[in-house]
Design a protein around this ligand. Sequence first.
Ligand code: FES
Length: 108
Amino acid sequence: MKPPAVSFVLVDGRRERHPVALGDTVLDCALDNGVAGLVGQCGGACNCSTCHCYVDSPWLERLPPMIDDERALLEYAWHRRHNSRLACQISMTPALDGIVVRMPERQT
Ligand code: FES
């Protein structure tokens, strides 16, 4: 079976699409492929907010609700929007195949 993929939209508008193993996070995918824009300073421990990103519909609605730590960290994210999430908290499932993730102009 083909692995799901993540489509990253970079700040300059370029797009990159990369496959990712089920259960890995969007941050894992970005770091494994050298995608610019996600830092992941805490290594995915939900402790820094440098993996802030914007998730397009309809994938946004397919994500599990935020845990309290994610919600609290996003309070400090630069230019938070209604579709802000932390990439380290998005674990890939078949329903998320093709998820479009946009980069903020900068991290915190
Ligand atoms: S990598 Fe630190 S919160 Fe996501």
